[in-house]
Design a protein around this ligand. Sequence first.
Ligand code: GLN
Ligand code: ZN
Length: 766
Amino acid sequence: MVVSSNLGFPRIGANRELKKLVESYWASKINATALLSGAANIRASHWELQREKGISHIPSNDFSFYDQVLDHIVLFGIEPEKYRGIPNALDRYFAMGRGLQRAAEGIDVPAMEMKKWFDTNYHFIVPEVSADQTFTLSNPAKPVVEFLEAKEKGIITRPVILGPVTFLWLSKPAKGQSAFNQLSLLDKLVPVYEKLLGDLRDAGASWIQLDEPALSMDLGSDFSAPYASAYARLSAISGIKIIVANYFGRIGANIDIVAKLPVQAIHADLVRAPEELDTVIEVAKKNNLQLSLGVVNGRNIWKVDLDAAIAKVQNAVAALGSDNVLVAPSCSLLHTPHSLTAETKMSKEILEWLAFSSEKLSEIATIVGVVRGSPSAEVTEALEANRRANQKRKLSLLIHDPAVQSELSAVSDSMFRRESPFESRIRKQQAHLKLPAFPTTTVGSFPQTKEVRLARQKLKSGEWDEATYTKFIQDETTKCIKIQEDIGLDVLVHGEFERNDMVEYFGEQLRGYVFSQNGWVQSYGSRCVKPPIIYGDVSRPTPMTVDWAKFSQSKTTKPMKGMLTGPVTCLQWSFVRDDQPRRDTAWQLALAIRKEVQDLEKAGISVIQIDEPAIREGLPLRSTDWAEYLDWAAKAFLLSSTGVKDETQIHTHMCYSDFNDIFETIQKLDADVITIENSKSDLKLLHAFEKYAYTNGIGPGLYDIHSPRVPSTEEMADRLEQMLKYIKADLLWVNPDCGLKTRGWPETEKALTHMVEVAKRVRNKI
Ligand code: GLN
Ligand code: ZN
């Protein structure tokens, strides 16, 4: 019989209970006992929910207090030395995730490094290993404890463990270690897995899920032998069945590795790689494997097309037999919100098109109900309701806007170009802006103080009317402009006090966007984000920032930067519609922003910044897919930014320092000025800009805004001197490395004063 299954459930809870628990524990408002029992309740309710939904293979060990990779660091006994002195295990665990300072006990440790989990917006803690690393299974072992916990409730779960090869692939050499091949540790790591799998079997587990999403990456042939040998040993353990799960992308050339795995089942992500269905069926057939079909999207919030999913499953059943097929989400549901139950305010029409995690489980149950034959009335009704909803979505007038579509098809090559090349533009801009050498500016936001956030709450709750709120924000803005003038900055900003979030602020004003009330997704630790949903053709009914820009410009004779979020970032930080290519949605966003840019220019704003901090994180997993993405992403930025006169100066900003992968793209964006993060004071980035002879204006962050520390004038002067070795003096801008919204005012004023002082000093030298 075809089996319904799940790969992982969001752990944060229906109402972010886990976030609240963990944060209360951090704040010493609850003790460890309350934290542990609260967490057990969350796990129990999630197992129960999955059982009620009709899922047979229910995951366990998908729960985590902070991050599942950090859990494995503890599980394998490889906590870095500096945390070992922290006596309490829970505190030690959280210290690795977020650092710990306890002066009285002499404890002061930073957090371990955090990285993005493949191409998601989830961040994991990077394991550190040394060449002579040893591994020991923790006692008790979390997967066993949680398996038994569920068993006690009458649920035999399928424990989820990160596979050994992916675990090592994700890890990095410990500090002070030179690079070495982490895979060389596999022989030492596998015995720990053997012990763990044996213990799970003894506890009563029959299936174990080993996640190997590294199979979605370009691995090369070096990985073939390690995969084969590790899994040969694991599959020799009697009495358990192993399913190896790949997700987030196509298996591609790694199919040769997968085909040799001596396991009982494989999982394939058929949402990201629908074209691989035939291949994985063939591999499963040849090797007598069961096949788990990831047909329900774990990365997005749209209802599945049940008919299409059922057809895929039936294909597999025809080839492999019904006892060899499992139905699953494409990946763990960690990346979609908990459930739609709490969405009471969203348009009913749009709500009908959506499925969050809980609803996705029902979809899986329905697929299984249909393919098993003689579906119940309930299953039939669910299938019909799905057809109706998707049909309505296809035809909905909310989605399709002929005006936007005709604008998109009218996009011509000239709309991706400025009128003149940079060298002539910059002369015209200079004639008009009259900026000194080494112009000083900031990246956009100024401190979002408690008062500012409170003001927004007051407006929301009705305590303040619109006029009171606007007056408050105007006063904050005016003060901020005055401070910048006093410090002596050259290009000013308004401070972004009116904005809650750099994507949400625009999404709320654009057509085609909708916001959930409770659609939280874990980003890292206890931090969750609520990505807006792009459901339809995007357009801009009215100007979004022009009034604030005009107001701010009226307060100063210095140039005031207009401040916008770029199309790729808006796309990247939202749930995106799945009924057209991402490129089309990005370009629609770009057209809307283009109009805003033109309106700002008309309103007398002569410097406009379009932030694109997310261009790099949109890079596909496979390098062969990069060129296509980078091409449309760069064009999206160009479309948004090139509709202005030569005299108007376009800035952009990006917050990461590893530019080597996308350098050509940065040049193609042809912004007049780019401000970039460079805070880790490594010169790699500057080398890149020198090596590729970047031609336009550039402001590598002169100081790190992620810490309240105020660098001295001397320190900043040294850094500027360094930069001048790599970047031509007439291209160099002087600015912090990102927005200042998370900083307090005192350190902000001091640091900017030092920064302006440094710019003045170098000016005097030339
Ligand atoms: N202009 C934005 C700010 O200063 C840029 C934020 C970002 O880079 N993520 O806050
Ligand atoms: Zn930034």
